[in-house]
Ligand binder design. Sequence first.
Ligand SMILES: *Cc1c(COP(=O)(O)O)cnc(C)c1O
Length: 382
Amino acid sequence: MINKITTDKFSKIETPFYYYDLDLLRSTLNVIKKEADNSGYKIHYAVKANSNPRILKIIAGYGFGADCVSFNEIDAAIVAGFNASDIVFAGVGKTDKDINAALNTGIYCFNCESIPEMEVINQLATAQNKSALIALRINPYIEAHTHKYITTGIEESKFGINTWELDDVIKKLSDFKNIRLIGIHFHIGSQITRMSVFKSLCARINELQVWFSSHNINLEIINVGGGLGIDYENPETNPDFPGYFSLLNEFIDLYPGQELHIEPGRSIVGQCGSLISKVLFIKNGSNTLFAIIDAGMTDLIRPALYQAHHKIENLTSAGNILRYDVVGPVCESSDTFAKFIELPETKRGDIIAIRSAGAYGEVMAMRYNLRDLPKAVFSDDL
Ligand SMILES: *Cc1c(COP(=O)(O)O)cnc(C)c1O
């Protein structure tokens, strides 16, 4: 929680920095763990959402697996305590170097996105005298109703194998002696808040299951990916894990012996992080007041990249409500966190919290303008 006590402590720390509320993280993890245990579904945390070593270590402690998109992520996951045998490797453009390293490490499964990729994994596995397990990421053509940059399962997406290619995939599989198909995988987008989208995915999966079984292919794993959204208006709330799990339970027809896998990223780490910043200047614009803060798009790029909205709070003012454009110091007009939002009267030195920044925040930080990377501060240490 962010309150008067935490704010007093923030005032002594150099800004900007990410503040992680580890109690909130643990409470989120407890909720999802309970759902996973009750349903028997297996969780692979999507490391790309937040790969801070301390966060990874806490998540690993819950016994989840990891979903990684580079060998560096696989390595970070293992260092944090995830078992190699619980790691899946996703991504549309895996390099030979990363595939070799993953084979060498003995990860669980490659989520493959094309026939050429299957061919290369088979080649490299043969050269290492190994057999690799693969799941096929299939494009289910489902509109996720989220921002177009985080929509990944529609016809024009670069992700996943098209269903019209599946006949070919199956033919090729018999030639590829060093890979073995164990499942199918989907990931249709991120920050999905319409539950009906997941229901459509379930229906599509059921159809594909019929197709695979008519081709005498036994699938051990159905992996529905991640994508469950969080409530950016209410930063202290958990996502609707119970609703999500019961929807999957109700609408996916699992065959006997099949396991269901889920890859949540944002829904686990989104709410526990806030970007804490100080106001540098208040500047008069023609139509607005600018609150220029010391955090910028280099620290949190989501608003510039996806037109994302984060709740912004002035932690140190209780003045009259005015309207501000909250902007960063970076030399780009897209370095804007919010336009014309209500804040209590804000002045130089006030502490600003940009909430729900735990996912796709610190991991996307960069050094444009040669700015320092933001540091991380943990509630357990305050
Ligand atoms: C990014 C990603 C996820 C996690 O998505 P969230 O929206 O953060 O839950 C899961 N699976 C794959 C394959 C991904 O690329």
